[in-house]
Write a protein that binds this ligand. Structure first.
Ligand code: NAD
Ligand code: LMR
Length: 344
């Protein structure tokens, strides 16, 4: 049992710190939607993070149970559950990072945009509360459609006079997690030696993996043909749908999303503490393309997104993919902005 516990704690540290260092600052993380399919495993993973000293678990219901459950784990963070809107501000008070997986997931046959009607208002309401209770927190938006919920969040914060583009992030980490796994399997190397940039947005063709820039260490067992790269690109773009179909009506990715969300939140926390070389691919307000929100590599630091890095060199096929991604992403951004401005 002691060996298992040590192994779990080592695993927690290696996902959480990427270097083994422990944070000396007390940090509060709030998860909104913490009783859901993503929220529960994400609560577990954030409870395992050595960077978190206080963990606030908020949902419309069910969070006292989730909080009681994870609070018994032998890790640093003190956990508290908050249920119902009258406890939302208390949950957010003093938060350094707020992670938002609240909202409905897809069923087979739906697009992420089909979630807009319900999730747009949910995200808007929660962001308003963040703007009031913790305007300096780093906001990690997971709720779909991310391509629209991030601009909705930006406009909502702007209307309150508290928008800081460095502190608002759309979580696209799962696209990188998937691209890395699919690429490592295809070329036969250790997944931990692989790096694949994924830029653009988080829906269909807006998800643009740049396999021409993929890196790995170790000896690849195989060189990929252009057809194989095309298939990997399509699989990465359809990764969410692959899970939705496999779950056959019981929701979308939850466990891999919790893993990806914890990786991203941990990088935010490391950045806040000034850890060197902290960067992630994420959707932020951006000027690197004509689209006002775009996911690319971002250097994270004490004030959030400190530098938005460029796209590097794209091959001809990726350049065409970029043009398609920008057109679709721009339309989704405009839809979000319109909703935030006039409610339609
Ligand atoms: P779920 O239905 O299992 O859980 C959602 C939770 O949100 C529920 O517990 C619900 O009570 C809660 N909720 C609803 N309205 C709320 C409100 N106003 N305040 C607080 N909590 C509220 O869904 P899930 O599988 O966890 O997915 C959540 C969202 O994450 C979906 O929109 C899904 O599409 C999205 N998602 C995004 C990514 C990504 O890569 N960004 C990946 C997977 C899923
Ligand atoms: C994902 O990529 O898994 C999420 O965006 C959920 C979905 O609906 O596909």
């Amino acid at each position: 049992m002691r060996a298992t516990r040590q192994a779990l704690q080592m695993a927690a540290r290696s996902y959480a710190t990427k270097g083994g260092e422990k944070d000396s600052m007390p940090r509060k993380v709030a998860i909104l939607g913490a009783a859901g399919g993503i929220g529960q495993p994400l609560s577990l993973l954030m409870k395992m993070s050595p960077h978190v000293s206080s963990l606030a678990l908020y949902d419309i219901a069910g969070t006292p149970g989730v909080a009681a459950d994870v609070s018994h784990m032998n890790t640093l963070a003190k956990v508290k559950g908050y249920a119902g809107e009258d406890q939302l501000h208390e949950a957010l008070d003093g938060a350094d990072v707020v992670i938002i997986p609240a909202g409905v997931p897809r069923k087979p046959g739906m697009t992420r945009d089909d979630l807009f009607k319900i999730n747009a208002s949910i995200v808007q309401g929660l962001i308003k509360a963040c703007g009031e209770a913790c305007p300096k927190a780093l906001l990690n938006i997971i709720s779909n459609p991310v391509n629209s919920t991030v601009p909705i969040a930006a406009e909502t914060l702007k209307s309150m006079g508290v928008y800081d583009p460095k502190r608002l992030f759309g979580v696209t980490t799962l696209d990188l997690v998937r691209a890395r796994t699919f690429y490592a399997d295809a070329i036969g190397v250790d997944v931990n030696s692989v790096d694949v940039p994924v830029v653009g947005g988080h829906a269909g063709t807006t998800i643009l993996p740049l396999f021409s820039q993929a890196k790995h260490s170790g000896q690849a067992k195989k060189q990929l043909s252009p057809e194989e790269i095309e298939a990997l690109t399509k699989r990465t773009q359809d990764g969410g749908t692959e899970v939705v179909q496999a779950k056959a009506g019981k929701g979308s990715a939850t466990l891999s999303m919790a893993y990806a969300g914890a990786l991203f939140a941990d990088s935010c926390l490391r950045g806040l503490s000034g850890a060197a070389n902290t960067s992630e691919y994420t959707m932020v307000q951006s000027e690197i393309t004509s689209c006002p929100f775009f996911a690319s590599k971002v250097r994270l630091g004490p004030s959030g997104a400190e530098e938005i890095l460029g796209l590097g060199e794209l091959n001809e096929i990726e350049q065409k993919g970029l043009d398609i991604a920008i057109a679709e992403l721009t339309a989704s951004v405009e839809k979000g902005v319109k909703f935030a401005k006039d409610g339609t």
